[in-house]
Design a protein around this ligand. Sequence first.
Ligand code: SF4
Length: 211
Amino acid sequence: MSDPLAALQARHRRCHRCVDAGFIPVARPVFSGAAGQRVLLVGQAPGPVEVDEHRPFAGRAGRQLMRWFQRAGFESEAEVRRRVYMTSMTTCFPGRNAAGTGDRRPSAREVTLCAPWLDSVLALLQPRIIIPVGSLALSRFLPALRLDDCVGRVFGADGMEVRLPPPSDAGRVLVPLPHPSGQSRWLNDPSRAALLDHALLLLRDLLGWAV
Ligand code: SF4
């Protein structure tokens, strides 16, 4: 296979590390994308709808995310999926949480097991915009910051805030977003809705720079 990213994806689809480690009963990695995409979206983990449909953000949280992206200038969900590589901190469904109130947050060990796949995507895709969605993805890219500190701001790969437009040699930039899941309570505070609005405006301004 001559496309290194496609070859990586083929190996990723066969991964069963978390089954071997006893975390999940079955591994069905969910991600989407192809070489040439300049925007990388990193969520927490797929849910059961995503597993059934074999595509990321296919459920209710995904519909909310697509509405956010349309506010950021994308014409349609189809355009989002055409332009954005979508993956997550762990790419198999982790199961429900113990209380039965939602999906289980993957453990640190599962994140570590899955990290080489994300590392390899970053190396091969070389995205110009990385969008960490939710606190778990944020911990990978901006570990010193909380959502309150960074939604509505743009950061360089070195973790320093970047003013727009980024310098031509900026390399890649990070645009953190909250998680669109109903499980996330972060947006219940109205002041945070303004942070999200600003983040989506920044993303709109950056999309032309990324291509
Ligand atoms: S979550 Fe990641 S590391 Fe774990 S089995 Fe799935 S693809 Fe492999």
